[in-house]
Design a protein around this ligand. Structure first.
Ligand code: F6R
Length: 240
Protein backbone atom coordinates (compact mmCIF):
# COMPACT_ATOMS: atom_id res chain seq x y z
CA UNK A 1 0.00 0.00 0.00
CA UNK A 2 1.27 3.41 -0.89
CA UNK A 3 -0.06 6.46 0.92
CA UNK A 4 -0.18 10.02 -0.40
CA UNK A 5 -0.99 12.68 2.19
CA UNK A 6 -2.59 15.85 0.88
CA UNK A 7 -3.02 19.23 2.52
CA UNK A 8 -6.79 19.25 2.03
CA UNK A 9 -9.78 17.82 0.14
CA UNK A 10 -9.10 19.96 -2.97
CA UNK A 11 -5.58 18.56 -3.34
CA UNK A 12 -6.84 15.01 -2.71
CA UNK A 13 -9.48 15.46 -5.41
CA UNK A 14 -6.91 16.75 -7.90
CA UNK A 15 -4.34 14.02 -7.20
CA UNK A 16 -7.04 11.34 -7.44
CA UNK A 17 -8.27 12.69 -10.77
CA UNK A 18 -4.68 12.65 -12.08
CA UNK A 19 -4.57 8.87 -11.58
CA UNK A 20 -7.65 8.55 -13.81
CA UNK A 21 -6.22 10.97 -16.37
CA UNK A 22 -3.00 8.93 -16.62
CA UNK A 23 -4.90 5.65 -16.77
CA UNK A 24 -7.17 6.79 -19.62
CA UNK A 25 -4.30 8.48 -21.49
CA UNK A 26 -2.24 5.27 -21.38
CA UNK A 27 -5.23 3.01 -22.12
CA UNK A 28 -8.15 4.85 -23.75
CA UNK A 29 -10.42 1.78 -23.49
CA UNK A 30 -9.85 1.41 -19.75
CA UNK A 31 -12.40 -0.26 -17.50
CA UNK A 32 -13.02 2.02 -14.53
CA UNK A 33 -14.44 0.91 -11.19
CA UNK A 34 -16.41 3.79 -9.67
CA UNK A 35 -17.79 4.70 -6.27
CA UNK A 36 -20.48 7.02 -4.93
CA UNK A 37 -20.71 8.85 -1.59
CA UNK A 38 -19.39 12.27 -0.65
CA UNK A 39 -15.66 11.64 -1.03
CA UNK A 40 -15.29 11.15 -4.82
CA UNK A 41 -17.42 14.17 -5.80
CA UNK A 42 -14.42 16.53 -6.03
CA UNK A 43 -12.46 14.02 -8.12
CA UNK A 44 -15.45 13.67 -10.49
CA UNK A 45 -15.65 17.50 -10.79
CA UNK A 46 -12.03 17.53 -11.97
CA UNK A 47 -12.70 14.76 -14.49
CA UNK A 48 -15.66 16.76 -15.87
CA UNK A 49 -13.52 19.92 -16.14
CA UNK A 50 -10.62 18.13 -17.81
CA UNK A 51 -12.97 16.36 -20.24
CA UNK A 52 -14.43 19.76 -21.26
CA UNK A 53 -10.88 21.09 -21.70
CA UNK A 54 -10.02 18.13 -23.94
CA UNK A 55 -7.51 16.63 -21.49
CA UNK A 56 -9.41 13.34 -21.05
CA UNK A 57 -11.46 11.44 -23.63
CA UNK A 58 -14.00 9.00 -22.16
CA UNK A 59 -15.43 7.83 -25.50
CA UNK A 60 -13.86 4.36 -25.28
CA UNK A 61 -14.13 3.89 -21.53
CA UNK A 62 -16.31 1.29 -19.76
CA UNK A 63 -17.30 1.71 -16.11
CA UNK A 64 -18.64 -0.49 -13.34
CA UNK A 65 -20.01 0.91 -10.11
CA UNK A 66 -19.39 -0.83 -6.84
CA UNK A 67 -22.94 -0.94 -5.56
CA UNK A 68 -26.57 0.15 -5.62
CA UNK A 69 -29.27 0.34 -2.99
CA UNK A 70 -32.02 -2.33 -3.16
CA UNK A 71 -34.77 -1.93 -4.04
CA UNK A 72 -34.54 1.44 -5.76
CA UNK A 73 -35.47 2.82 -9.20
CA UNK A 74 -32.68 4.26 -11.35
CA UNK A 75 -34.51 7.60 -11.64
CA UNK A 76 -34.96 7.90 -7.86
CA UNK A 77 -32.70 10.81 -6.90
CA UNK A 78 -31.19 8.72 -4.07
CA UNK A 79 -30.14 5.87 -6.34
CA UNK A 80 -26.49 5.42 -7.17
CA UNK A 81 -27.36 5.34 -10.90
CA UNK A 82 -28.90 8.81 -10.51
CA UNK A 83 -25.86 9.98 -8.49
CA UNK A 84 -23.45 8.83 -11.21
CA UNK A 85 -25.46 10.51 -13.97
CA UNK A 86 -25.65 13.76 -12.00
CA UNK A 87 -22.09 13.82 -10.75
CA UNK A 88 -20.24 12.43 -13.75
CA UNK A 89 -21.83 10.64 -16.71
CA UNK A 90 -24.19 13.45 -17.86
CA UNK A 91 -21.24 15.84 -18.12
CA UNK A 92 -18.58 13.80 -19.94
CA UNK A 93 -18.36 12.14 -23.35
CA UNK A 94 -18.83 8.60 -22.01
CA UNK A 95 -21.11 6.13 -23.85
CA UNK A 96 -23.77 5.58 -21.16
CA UNK A 97 -24.56 2.10 -22.50
CA UNK A 98 -21.08 1.16 -21.29
CA UNK A 99 -21.66 2.42 -17.73
CA UNK A 100 -22.81 -0.41 -15.49
CA UNK A 101 -24.50 -0.11 -12.09
CA UNK A 102 -26.29 -3.07 -10.43
CA UNK A 103 -30.03 -2.97 -11.19
CA UNK A 104 -31.81 -1.81 -8.05
CA UNK A 105 -35.15 -2.92 -9.50
CA UNK A 106 -34.16 -6.49 -10.41
CA UNK A 107 -36.95 -8.92 -9.44
CA UNK A 108 -34.44 -11.54 -8.42
CA UNK A 109 -31.53 -9.83 -6.65
CA UNK A 110 -29.39 -12.99 -6.49
CA UNK A 111 -29.73 -13.47 -10.26
CA UNK A 112 -28.86 -9.78 -10.79
CA UNK A 113 -25.71 -10.17 -8.66
CA UNK A 114 -24.67 -13.25 -10.65
CA UNK A 115 -25.30 -11.35 -13.92
CA UNK A 116 -23.19 -8.40 -12.71
CA UNK A 117 -20.31 -10.64 -11.62
CA UNK A 118 -20.44 -12.38 -15.02
CA UNK A 119 -20.47 -9.05 -16.88
CA UNK A 120 -17.38 -8.00 -14.95
CA UNK A 121 -15.68 -11.28 -15.82
CA UNK A 122 -16.47 -10.70 -19.52
CA UNK A 123 -15.56 -7.03 -19.78
CA UNK A 124 -13.03 -6.75 -16.98
CA UNK A 125 -10.77 -6.84 -15.24
CA UNK A 126 -11.23 -3.36 -13.85
CA UNK A 127 -8.06 -1.36 -14.58
CA UNK A 128 -8.49 1.09 -11.73
CA UNK A 129 -11.04 0.78 -8.91
CA UNK A 130 -11.94 3.91 -6.98
CA UNK A 131 -12.95 3.36 -3.35
CA UNK A 132 -14.15 5.41 -0.45
CA UNK A 133 -14.24 3.88 3.02
CA UNK A 134 -16.97 3.78 5.65
CA UNK A 135 -16.15 4.80 9.23
CA UNK A 136 -16.54 1.11 10.09
CA UNK A 137 -14.14 0.00 7.34
CA UNK A 138 -16.75 -1.01 4.78
CA UNK A 139 -15.82 -0.84 1.10
CA UNK A 140 -18.64 -1.02 -1.38
CA UNK A 141 -21.27 -2.35 1.02
CA UNK A 142 -19.02 -5.08 2.42
CA UNK A 143 -19.81 -4.45 6.05
CA UNK A 144 -17.72 -5.77 8.99
CA UNK A 145 -18.66 -9.36 9.82
CA UNK A 146 -17.12 -12.67 10.90
CA UNK A 147 -17.05 -13.80 7.28
CA UNK A 148 -17.08 -11.67 4.13
CA UNK A 149 -18.59 -12.48 0.76
CA UNK A 150 -16.23 -12.83 -2.20
CA UNK A 151 -18.63 -12.12 -5.07
CA UNK A 152 -21.35 -9.61 -5.93
CA UNK A 153 -24.21 -10.16 -3.49
CA UNK A 154 -27.20 -8.64 -1.72
CA UNK A 155 -26.47 -7.42 1.78
CA UNK A 156 -28.00 -5.53 4.70
CA UNK A 157 -26.57 -2.17 5.74
CA UNK A 158 -25.36 -1.86 9.33
CA UNK A 159 -26.88 0.71 11.68
CA UNK A 160 -23.67 2.75 11.48
CA UNK A 161 -23.84 2.92 7.67
CA UNK A 162 -27.54 3.78 7.72
CA UNK A 163 -26.75 6.62 10.15
CA UNK A 164 -23.82 7.84 8.03
CA UNK A 165 -25.88 7.78 4.81
CA UNK A 166 -28.90 9.46 6.41
CA UNK A 167 -27.30 12.84 5.59
CA UNK A 168 -28.32 12.33 1.95
CA UNK A 169 -32.00 11.63 2.83
CA UNK A 170 -34.85 13.73 4.35
CA UNK A 171 -35.34 11.15 7.06
CA UNK A 172 -33.23 8.28 8.42
CA UNK A 173 -36.17 5.92 7.90
CA UNK A 174 -35.94 6.65 4.14
CA UNK A 175 -32.44 5.11 3.90
CA UNK A 176 -32.74 1.73 2.15
CA UNK A 177 -31.62 -1.10 4.40
CA UNK A 178 -30.30 -3.37 1.66
CA UNK A 179 -27.88 -3.04 -1.23
CA UNK A 180 -26.32 -5.01 -4.09
CA UNK A 181 -22.55 -4.81 -3.89
CA UNK A 182 -19.41 -6.16 -5.48
CA UNK A 183 -17.81 -8.63 -3.06
CA UNK A 184 -14.32 -8.50 -1.61
CA UNK A 185 -13.01 -10.89 -4.26
CA UNK A 186 -14.63 -8.82 -7.03
CA UNK A 187 -12.87 -5.70 -5.74
CA UNK A 188 -9.53 -7.48 -5.26
CA UNK A 189 -9.54 -8.59 -8.92
CA UNK A 190 -9.02 -4.96 -9.99
CA UNK A 191 -5.54 -4.30 -11.35
CA UNK A 192 -5.10 -1.10 -9.39
CA UNK A 193 -7.04 0.25 -6.42
CA UNK A 194 -7.25 3.92 -5.50
CA UNK A 195 -8.81 4.72 -2.15
CA UNK A 196 -9.73 8.24 -1.08
CA UNK A 197 -9.95 9.00 2.64
CA UNK A 198 -11.02 12.45 3.78
CA UNK A 199 -11.93 14.04 7.11
CA UNK A 200 -11.06 13.45 10.73
CA UNK A 201 -13.97 11.06 11.30
CA UNK A 202 -12.05 8.59 9.07
CA UNK A 203 -8.84 8.86 11.15
CA UNK A 204 -9.38 5.74 13.26
CA UNK A 205 -10.27 3.52 10.33
CA UNK A 206 -7.31 4.88 8.33
CA UNK A 207 -4.92 3.99 11.21
CA UNK A 208 -6.15 0.37 10.95
CA UNK A 209 -5.15 0.38 7.28
CA UNK A 210 -1.66 1.54 8.10
CA UNK A 211 -0.77 -1.19 10.61
CA UNK A 212 0.01 -4.83 9.68
CA UNK A 213 -3.28 -6.46 10.73
CA UNK A 214 -5.96 -7.94 8.49
CA UNK A 215 -9.42 -8.52 9.93
CA UNK A 216 -12.92 -9.08 8.58
CA UNK A 217 -14.04 -6.63 11.29
CA UNK A 218 -12.49 -3.96 9.06
CA UNK A 219 -13.07 -5.21 5.49
CA UNK A 220 -10.77 -2.56 3.98
CA UNK A 221 -7.78 -4.20 5.73
CA UNK A 222 -8.10 -7.06 3.20
CA UNK A 223 -6.71 -4.63 0.62
CA UNK A 224 -3.31 -5.23 2.26
CA UNK A 225 -2.96 -8.42 0.22
CA UNK A 226 -3.38 -6.53 -3.08
CA UNK A 227 -0.14 -5.62 -4.91
CA UNK A 228 -1.19 -2.18 -6.16
CA UNK A 229 -3.19 -0.06 -3.73
CA UNK A 230 -2.75 3.69 -3.40
CA UNK A 231 -4.45 5.56 -0.56
CA UNK A 232 -4.84 9.29 -1.02
CA UNK A 233 -5.85 10.97 2.24
CA UNK A 234 -6.02 14.50 3.51
CA UNK A 235 -4.26 15.74 6.63
CA UNK A 236 -7.52 15.75 8.58
CA UNK A 237 -7.85 11.96 8.07
CA UNK A 238 -4.15 11.30 8.59
CA UNK A 239 -3.68 13.36 11.76
CA UNK A 240 -7.18 13.02 13.23
C1 F6R B 1 -20.18 4.04 -2.29
C2 F6R B 1 -19.57 3.04 -1.43
C3 F6R B 1 -19.29 3.28 0.00
C4 F6R B 1 -18.65 4.65 0.30
C5 F6R B 1 -18.42 4.83 1.79
C6 F6R B 1 -17.84 6.18 2.11
O1 F6R B 1 -20.32 3.53 -3.63
O2 F6R B 1 -19.31 1.99 -1.91
O3 F6R B 1 -18.46 2.26 0.47
O4 F6R B 1 -17.43 4.74 -0.38
O5 F6R B 1 -19.64 4.68 2.46
O6 F6R B 1 -18.77 7.18 1.81
P1 F6R B 1 -18.42 8.73 1.92
O7 F6R B 1 -17.47 9.02 0.80
O8 F6R B 1 -19.74 9.43 1.72
O9 F6R B 1 -17.81 8.94 3.26
Amino acid sequence: MRIIICENYEELSEKGAQFFESQITLKPDSVLGLATGGTPVGLYKNLIKWNKEGRIDFSNVTSFNLDEYYPIAPDNDQSYRYFMNENLFDHINIDKTKTYVPDGLAKDPDAECARYEELLAQKGPVDIQLLGIGRNGHIGFNEPDTTLNAVTHITSLTESTIEANARFFDNITDVPTKALTMGMGTILKSKKILMLVSGKEKHEVLCELLNDDISTSNPATLLKVHPDVVIICDKAAYEG
